[in-house]
Design a protein around this ligand. Structure first.
Ligand code: HEC
Ligand code: CU
Length: 319
């Protein structure tokens, strides 16, 4: 399959960005033409020795032009701002339900994990006309995922999740690249966004080996890392039962109440001091350094799967 050129718009959002860009260019072009035209006109009309009148302009005319010009341009640019801002905000909102795909950036590759457990490197397969939500983190430096055909770009940071949501409207192969200088081989950190039909996507998922889905990988880690030793009801350590934690409101020892989302679960594993749960001894160990970002993703997927059987973990991720 051939890579489509950068300028293709493969989503509704991209089409809006393009329309906005064209309008902005036209408006800016018109302002440049007007100013340059007036400069040229005045240059000729008022050159030294020309007989053009040089007295004061009538005050009334002066004021009307001033107010009219200021008001017209303010409204125009406020309208452009409103349009751009409302589009951007709607692109940040996550439509539910969405296919959640994990992206881990590292020097110098993109590692992608699908809910089915399928993994790929420097390629991102997504179904067309489907809400997709990328959950991204970095293993080292700051990277930036850039999908030109979708007009989307988002920093990918270590120790933090960032997100991108989109709904591709065109099948094809598009550019995927890193847009943040991240070290010597930054320039090779490029790949392909492959938008396929939903049927092809399921076929592709089934064809990729690795079989086990994220939640199952997470469950294996949960046992091998010793999480289950404390977090199993009836263990000698007084630790919270993780069933139903995801999506719930958690009361913390410092008085805050937070919603247990992915970022919260991740922080519990890597930065336990940040969120000590109220009513329990502060015994949750710090696993940073002991687990890779990919393993954290699997652990979080497992804890999520304990809360609902309907999560997008593919084939029955029940505990
Ligand atoms: C030594 C016992 C112990 C081990 C091992 C342990 N935990 Fe914990 N965990 C706790 C305790 C105690 C708390 C609650 C108090 C706190 O926050 O420190 C907790 C809190 C949590 C929370 C927050 C729960 C809530 O109700 O908000 C999560 C999520 C969690 N642990 C996940 C894990 C994972 C995943 C592992 C394995 C990588 C693990 N824990 C290993 C003892 C443990
Ligand atoms: Cu990079």
């Amino acid at each position: 399959m051939k890579l489509t050129e950068f300028t293709t718009a493969a989503s509704d959002y991209a089409a809006h960005v393009d329309a906005l860009f064209i309008l902005l260019s036209v408006v800016s072009g018109a302002v440049v033409a007007l100013v340059a035209g007036l400069i040229t006109y005045f240059l000729i009309r008022y050159h030294k020795g020309s007989g053009a009148p040089r007295g004061e302009t009538p005050e009334r005319l002066d004021r009307e032009i001033e107010i009219g010009w200021t008001a017209a341009t303010s409204f125009l640019f406020l309208f452009l701002f409103w349009w751009a801002a409302s589009r951007q905000l709607s692109a940040l909102a996550t439509p539910e339900p969405a296919l959640e795909i994990h992206v881990v950036a590292k020097q110098w590759m993109w590692r992608i994990q699908h809910p089915s457990g399928a993994r790929e490197i420097d390629e991102l397969h997504v179904p067309v006309h489907t809400n997709v939500r990328l959950i991204m983190t970095s293993q080292d430096a700051i990277h930036d995922l850039y999908l030109p055909a979708l007009r989307l770009k988002q920093d990918v940071l270590p120790d933090r999740y960032t997100y991108l949501s989109f709904n591709a409207t065109k099948t094809g192969v598009f550019h995927l690249t890193c847009a943040e200088f991240c070290g010597t081989d930054h320039s090779v950190m490029a790949g392909r966004l492959v938008v396929v039909t939903p049927e092809e996507y399921s076929r592709w998922n089934a064809a990729v080996p690795e079989g086990d889905d994220l939640a199952h990988q997470g469950k294996a880690l949960f046992l091998s890392l010793g999480c289950s030793g404390c977090h199993t009801p009836g263990s000698t350590v007084h630790a919270p039962d993780l069933k139903g934690v995801y999506g719930s409101a958690v009361q913390l020892a410092d008085g805050r109440t937070v919603t247990a989302d992915e970022a919260y679960l991740r922080d519990c594993i890597l930065l336990p001091d940040k969120n000590r749960v109220a009513g329990f001894p502060p015994l949750m160990p710090n696993f940073s350094g002991a687990v890779t970002p990919g393993q954290v993703i699997s652990l979080v997927a497992y804890v999520k799967s304990l809360s609902s059987q309907s999560v997008d973990t593919g084939q029955g991720a029940s505990p």
